[in-house]
Write a protein of this length. Structure first.
Lengths: 472, 244
């Protein structure tokens, strides 16, 4: 029996963007993985299934969505929330509680459960998602991955028969993502219908019984396995290495980085990977000088000049058009570089578009352009650049990184995406005690003991070619 | 111990876990706030006595440093009002208005540094405020607590992309305006996005369900009754004090 029926669904936002038409059905207990390129409407369809469209969005919807035979148009929102739980793309913006515990309790209270039942489900969720030790923390102080787990715990504790997830793995490290996909698979086998809108296809495609639905053909684009700086495989062009010596960073009474030392070669692309909360973002902030630290960070004995692209592009965007955003406060801009950035980052058709109406992936690429146009002396730092990006754009991004590195500059990116990391020249693995290992990508990927020490592993879908560094 | 976030203090609304008032029922604290708000209407001598007692109470509650920080933020307003009242009306009015404002700022600090938005929501619901308004008000106060850290993140992000220029001070007004725009626009956009996302998240978790049953319940302990009756006693004493 079809639990979800989507019939000729279209939706047009008041600003003009439209999605659809699309039709599909999902059976009870089925696990559906929906793929599609950035901006193709995955989040919109997810909102239509959860009922947020049309209940709190006021664009134009045609067609219908039926959940257990009930139309989302005529069923009240609170009833729909019991039929279909929805986990959003950006967890930090959806936190309602003051503490981790409260965040889970809010949804359970609305189900009308008694106190004992709420307590039971609360403990179960905290345990399942490893949030026990964080129960009293303010959700806003958690790392992105921890927030994503909390968002999932808050919804799954309500035990909805249908679970709709918008990019649920985007901020999770390899262990947490694998654990979550196993949990989702278990839920699906026990009768919960799971629909995941997700770019990181490998985690889901390795599960048995997952049906894949592509919203457009671009979703099937695969990564090229070309190393980022293939022209410089030995990474010996590091004339200006970034030297990080014994840096310590505290946040309140918590020590985030302790006596960390690392040398990053210039002329190469370095990927920093590690479990959620190991201090990847903090390290980037320390390199740019935004984060106070003890110790030293230098290039040729001087304070380095790096451009940083933040995880949340909204923090960096404020102009009225893409063109003015990129060229803002740039003295004597290199217009050839400007044109090239527009082309390579797929922003050419948006030159006069207000940046705020771009998709998350497009905003992220715009933020990168605003940094690159300034030609920072020593290179660029990218914090989780693959968030919200489809495979084609990830590939383009790495091509661009390779191009920057080929000019002798340093490119450092943090990522949970091991495909992306496998395209870098070097990988730095951060563990609970700081740098677990640092070296050439093929060496790091080939040594399972390194990953085990960092509490991670290289999943089976990372191919032998990627492990060995064979380039396409 | 004050709660810290990854960027340090989340702002003026950080919860002071070490205060004995932290465990006090929010209704008791609302009653104290009401009493203090009424007390500021009293004449100068009585306000002065209340002022001393109230700050002794804040010191006992380990909230004096936080309250003083709040008051310090108002220093320019207080100074201007004091001077204007002194010059235009009388020194007595200048003193009484200043004391009143300082007490009100202290009351704000006392309540919001010991009460979480969800506790405020519970107290409002007990006062028959409809849940949807109480919940929304609680969320608003919660969001205010994040403005500080969000503002700092935007500042860092703009510096990181080179959109925040170094020259500062009154000699560079154009640069200052540009800097302000580069901070304000993302702040407004993020605040609007956060508000919308929170609305979505609330509805996705069954907000407005008629079946809702609260998990936590308010409970007046002995300490609450002691504080309420003590405050009432002092309030009546001050009211019945016959001035010469």
């Amino acid at each position: 029996m079809a639990v979800i029926q989507v019939n000729d669904l279209t939706y047009a936002y008041p600003q003009g963007r439209s999605v659809g038409p699309c039709s599909f059905t999902v059976e009870k207990g089925e696990f559906l993985h929906v793929t599609g390129s950035s901006g193709c409407g995955k989040s919109t369809i997810a909102r239509c299934i959860s009922g947020l469209i049309p209940h709190i969005y006021h664009g134009k919807m045609t067609g219908e969505v039926l959940i257990n035979g009930r139309s989302t148009l005529s069923t009240r929102m609170w009833e729909l929330s019991e039929l279909a739980g929805f986990v959003f793309q950006n967890p930090s913006m959806q936190m309602l509680g003051n503490t981790v515990e409260e965040e889970i309790i809010i949804g359970l209270e609305n189900l009308g459960l008694d106190r004992a039942e709420i307590s039971g489900r609360l403990e179960e969720s905290l345990g399942r998602f490893g949030l026990d030790s964080l129960r009293g923390r303010d959700p806003q102080t958690l790392s992105g991955g921890e927030q994503q787990k909390l968002a999932l715990a808050a919804i799954t504790s309500r035990r909805p028969p249908v679970l709709v997830l918008d990019e649920p793995l985007s901020m999770l490290d390899v262990s947490a993502a694998t654990e979550l996909t196993r949990y989702l698979s278990l839920l699906s086998r026990s009768g919960t219908t799971v629909i995941a809108f997700e770019h990181r296809a490998d985690y889901l495609s390795s599960l048995p019984g997952v049906r894949v639905m592509a919203l457009d053909s671009a979703a099937s684009v695969k990564f090229s396995r070309r190393r980022a700086s293939a022209s410089c495989p030995d990474c010996k062009c590091g004339a200006k290495p970034l030297v990080i010596s014994n840096i310590c960073v505290n946040a309140g009474k918590t020590r985030i980085l302790e006596n960390m030392s690392l040398t990053v070669q210039s002329g190469s692309v370095t990927a920093i990977v590690g479990r959620n909360g190991t201090g990847k973002t903090t390290l980037l902030r320390a390199i740019t000088g935004l984060q106070p630290f003890e110790g030293s960070v230098t290039v040729n004995g001087k304070k380095p000049d790096f451009g940083l692209v933040c995880q949340n592009a909204d923090l960096q965007i404020f102009n009225a058009a893409v063109r003015s955003e990129i060229l803002y406060r740039v003295n004597n801009p290199d217009m050839k570089l400007y044109a090239r950035l527009l082309e390579i980052l797929g922003l050419g058709r948006y030159e006069n578009t207000p940046p705020l109406i771009l998709s998350e992936g497009e905003k992220k690429r715009l933020a990168l352009a605003t940094v690159l146009i300034r030609k920072p002396e020593h290179g660029v730092l990218l914090d989780e650049p693959s968030l919200g990006q489809d495979a084609a754009h990830k590939h383009t991004l790495m091509e661009l990184c390779a191009e920057i590195a080929s000019t002798g500059k340093t490119v450092i990116l943090t990522t949970h995406d091991l495909h992306l990391a496998s395209m870098a020249d070097r990988i730095v693995v951060l563990g609970p005690d700081g740098v677990t290992a640092s070296g050439r990508t093929e060496d790091i990927l080939a040594d399972d003991s390194i990953w085990a020490r960092a509490g991670m592993f290289v999943p089976g879908w990372i191919t032998e070619d990627e492990r060995k560094g064979i380039t396409a | 111990m004050m709660k810290q976030d990854a960027y340090g203090m989340t702002g003026a609304l950080s919860i002071s876990e070490s205060s004995p008032l932290r465990k006090v029922d929010p209704r008791t604290k609302l009653a104290l706030c009401l009493a203090a708000s009424l007390a500021v209407m009293l004449p100068l001598q009585k306000v002065a006595v209340f002022f001393v007692l109230y700050f002794m109470f804040l010191a006992w509650a380990r909230l004096l440093p936080g309250a003083l920080r709040q008051i310090w933020k108002l220093k320019w307003i207080l100074a201007v009002l004091f001077v204007v009242d002194w010059l235009v009306v009388s020194p007595e009015l200048a003193v009484v208005v200043t004391l009143r404002l300082v007490i009100v700022a202290g009351v704000f600090a006392m309540f919001f540094s010991t009460t979480t938005p969800s506790e405020l929501c519970l107290a409002l619901v007990w006062m028959r405020v409809p849940y949807r308004y109480a919940f929304s008000l609680g969320l608003s106060f919660q969001a205010v607590g994040h403005i500080n850290s969000e503002w700092r993140k935007i500042l860092e992000a703009q510096k990181a992309r080179g959109a925040f220029s170094a020259p500062s001070g009154w000699r560079y007004p154009v640069e200052q305006v540009k800097n302000l725009v580069s901070l304000t626009v993302p702040a407004v956009v993020l605040a609007a996005k956060r508000a919308w996302s929170m609305t979505e998240a609330a509805y996705a978790r069954g907000f407005e369900s008629p079946n809702r049953r609260p998990y936590k319940a308010l409970l007046m302990s002995r300490a609450d009754w002691f504080i309420v009756s003590g405050a009432a006693f002092i309030f009546i004493l001050i009211l019945s004090w016959r001035l010469p």
